[in-house]
Design a protein around this ligand. Structure first.
Ligand code: CO
Length: 307
């Protein structure tokens, strides 16, 4: 998942936990990739992959994101979502499993149109270029510079207000932001850090903005709420999703009514109980591709854990 700025640093979950979570996250991503075909429902892919991870006795770091064409990130199917993949779609899949606060985060793009291969290669090559320079002591601006160079060389633009991030314990986006261009940030990566690197390439201008659609939230704070529906949802969220982001559809059975669920969630969001993650769209309507891997920073390089 992307971040638009950093916050406090979380404790590193540990090498072994990061590798274990990386492997299951990568497997889940490949399962999603294999299912994405024209005519298939998005919700079937999301539910099947999320169930696979739960049946494998892992938690979920954030809901399966399936963002299409000009959507860059943060779309996950709604309750009873009827949407199907079309043969014109460029689909970003972004997902992570979790265990004891260790969080996976990886992404890939599927081109159902068959004519956006160059756009896919742009983000994939940018990710490779970033991995080849990531090591202890490197400044994040230098990673951004490699990403930008690789994407522009393919004739596309990097998305400049999205980027990668360090990953802490129970903290998908910890202190450090890893830009997709040279933003002048001289922050240095250190040995042992867990970092998600995530280049986005676009046929558009290279900026995203929030849309009105929001299907992902995370718990922020306990607040007083007016309606019984909001109280019921808040109790469930505090019990089942106290830390990691969740999908509204995960709460569908609590009230049994789709309308009441969305009304309750929107009340909680307005009152500051929830942090919203609206779907992010490219401002000029450009198609977007994404590639993401999680790596551990080493003295002379880095090790990809999402493989
Ligand atoms: Co991420």
């Amino acid at each position: 998942m992307e971040t638009r700025d950093g916050n406090e640093r979380g404790e590193f979950p540990g090498m072994d936990a990061a590798k274990e979570i990386g492997q299951i996250s990568y497997k889940a991503l490949q399962k999603a990739k294999a299912m994405i075909k024209p005519g298939v429902k998005l919700i079937d892919v999301a539910e099947s992959v999320e169930s696979y991870v739960k049946e494998s006795k892992y938690g979920i770091a954030f809901p399966l994101n399936l963002s299409i064409n000009n959507e860059a990130a943060h779309y996950t199917p709604s309750i009873d979502d009827a949407k199907v993949f079309s043969e014109k779609d460029v689909v970003k899949v972004d997902f992570g499993a979790a265990k004891d606060g260790a969080l996976g985060d990886c992404a890939l793009t599927v081109d159902l149109s068959g004519n956006m291969q160059g756009l896919l290669e742009a983000s994939e090559e940018a990710l490779k270029a970033a991995i080849s320079v990531a090591k202890a002591g490197v400044e994040v601006r230098d990673i951004g510079k490699e990403i930008e160079k690789a994407i522009i060389a393919k004739g596309y633009q990097p998305i400049r207000n999205l980027g990668g991030h360090t990953v802490g314990l129970h903290e998908l986006h910890s202190s450090i932001f890893v830009p997709n261009y040279d933003n002048g940030d001289e922050t240095v990566l250190e040995e042992g850090m867990l970092v998600a690197i995530e280049p986005f390439a676009t046929t558009g201008k290279g900026m995203v903005t929030e849309s009105d659609v929001c299907e992902i939230y995370s718990y922020d704070a306990g607040v007083q709420v007016r309606t019984k529906e909001a109280r019921t949802l808040l109790g469930l969220i505090q019990k089942n999703h106290p830390t990691e982001p969740f999908a509204v559809r995960w709460l569908a059975s609590a009230l049994g009514s789709t309308f009441s669920t969305y009304a309750g969630i929107s009340e909680l969001s307005r009152n500051g109980a929830l942090m919203p993650y609206p779907t992010l769209v490219e401002i000029s309507g450009g198609s977007v591709s994404q590639a993401e891997a999680e790596v551990i920073i080493e003295k002379d390089g880095c090790e990809v854990v999402t493989k």
